[in-house]
Design a protein around this ligand. Sequence first.
Ligand code: GLN
Length: 188
Amino acid sequence: MKTIGVLALQGSVVEHINSLQKIEGILPMEVKSRKDIDKIDSIIMPGGESTTIGKLLRDFELLEPLSDRINKGMPVWGTCAGMILLAGKIIGEDHVHLGLMDIEVRRNAYGGQLDSFSCHACIDKVSKAPVNLIFIRAPWIERVNGNVEVLAEYEGKIIAARQGNMLVTSFHPELTEDLSFHKYFSEF
Ligand code: GLN
């Protein structure tokens, strides 16, 4: 059994847990404390509000232990706000949260809540069938540096990328029936 944690401070936590429950050999677990971080093999940081999740990570003193484990190779997947938490640069802002991944992200790049949308795209490395993508006040990746691998683009913007043990997506696979991203990540 592999234990995949879902950072459970704010955001779409239950949806990720539900998707993980459908994959054989995976034990999903909510992560709320330092102790929880010791128990997991990998972690998903969900969508929500990156400013709020970042503040709670600091308040609960989770930023450092999380950073340590990711630096030592623990797989991490940031969806939407989770991507912003991992980014080494947030355009227009002078701070970062974990700041571990060599990507520059633009928050709310597609506009506000009313500009949320759904579409399909082929993401060869992850699925043979087109993947349903749901964007909610989503960021995009404006630039990748170092050894970041671009996994998907939509209308010329990078929306999924990987750097070793770190995966980020602008969109929300946990809000669809498609388990391909969860399966892809569970094999890291
Ligand atoms: N707009 C949010 C932020 O900047 C992210 C939205 C989401 O996670 N669905 O943090």
